[in-house]
Design a protein around this ligand. Structure first.
Ligand code: ADE
Length: 254
């Protein structure tokens, strides 16, 4: 998969892309990531990428021509790239959107700055606007990095064997809910013991415990997620036997 990042701060990405799983994915040729300095596409002699808003008002607006030229360059002549603008006004990034984007061949990530980008660039070039949450960042760069990270770890071959994105919190294996709590050595820490069942070697019992712990955790921390979780009749019985009651609406499993 190929990512092209359009930014006025290309150095912002140097260190994060050179670490850990992303670096390995790049080295292994699973992803190609290129940053493009929007300033290089400015046409005036001062290399301006922003200007004052028509109609007056605060701040600066990113000019459309350098952004458009950078998109054209990033697009190249190859595949049909999806152009994504990072903006607090966009669709909120969640696991489902990350999975959807992981199916693309090329993403062009446009990092907005200042008070926003010229509306005509947005209308003519942007396929999808993405926000990483209801708060305002200094620019789209941290958001692009978050999107990149969440998508890259889903690509085939990126997670080491033994790891799997299937059972992540929010993923299908967790039915869109939270994941169960995890424990490792030592058996006792700060006076607290590892739940006995996890030491039992009884895989069916462990799976049952994890299922119940994950549902309990989702109900207590993110009750709004529970309505969309689907359970088999056997799982519903298990929940009832353990005094876990689900909200009545939206449990589409039956
Ligand atoms: N730019 C500024 N704030 C943002 C946010 N929350 N998500 C995406 N891009 C942004």
């Amino acid at each position: 998969m190929r990512f092209d990042i359009l930014t006025i701060f290309p150095d912002f990405f140097s260190s994060p892309l050179a670490e850990g799983m992303i670096r390995r994915a790049v080295q292994d040729g699973l992803v190609l990531i290129q940053t493009h300095n929007i300033r290089d596409y400015a046409t005036d002699k001062h290399a301006m990428t922003d200007d004052r808003p028509f109609g007056g008002g605060e701040g600066m607006v990113m000019k459309p021509e350098p952004l458009a030229a950078a998109v054209e360059q990033a697009r190249g002549s190859g595949v049909d790239a999806r152009v994504v603008l990072l903006t607090p006004q966009g669709r909120t990034l969640d696991q489902q959107l990350a999975e959807e984007l992981a199916g693309e061949e090329q993403l062009i990530l446009v990092c907005g700055r200042y008070e926003g980008v010229d509306e005509r660039f947005r209308a003519a070039y942007v396929d999808l606007e993405v926000s990483i949450g209801d708060y305002i960042l200094t620019g789209g760069e941290p958001a692009a990095l978050v999107l990149l990270d969440s998508v890259i770890r889903l690509l085939p071959g990126v997670l080491g064997c033994g790891d799997s994105a299937e059972n992540d919190t929010f993923s299908r294996g967790s039915r869109g809910g939270l994941k169960y709590p995890q424990y490792t050595r030592p058996r006792i820490f700060a006076g607290r013991e590892v739940p006995e069942v996890l030491l039992s070697g009884d895989h069916a019992a462990i799976e049952r415990w994890r299922f119940l712990a994950a549902v309990r955790r989702t109900i207590s921390r993110r009750p709004e997620l529970v309505a969309a979780m689907e359970f088999t009749p056997a799982e519903r019985k298990l929940l009832r036997e353990n005094d876990i009651s689900l909200p009545p609406a939206g449990n589409g499993g039956e």
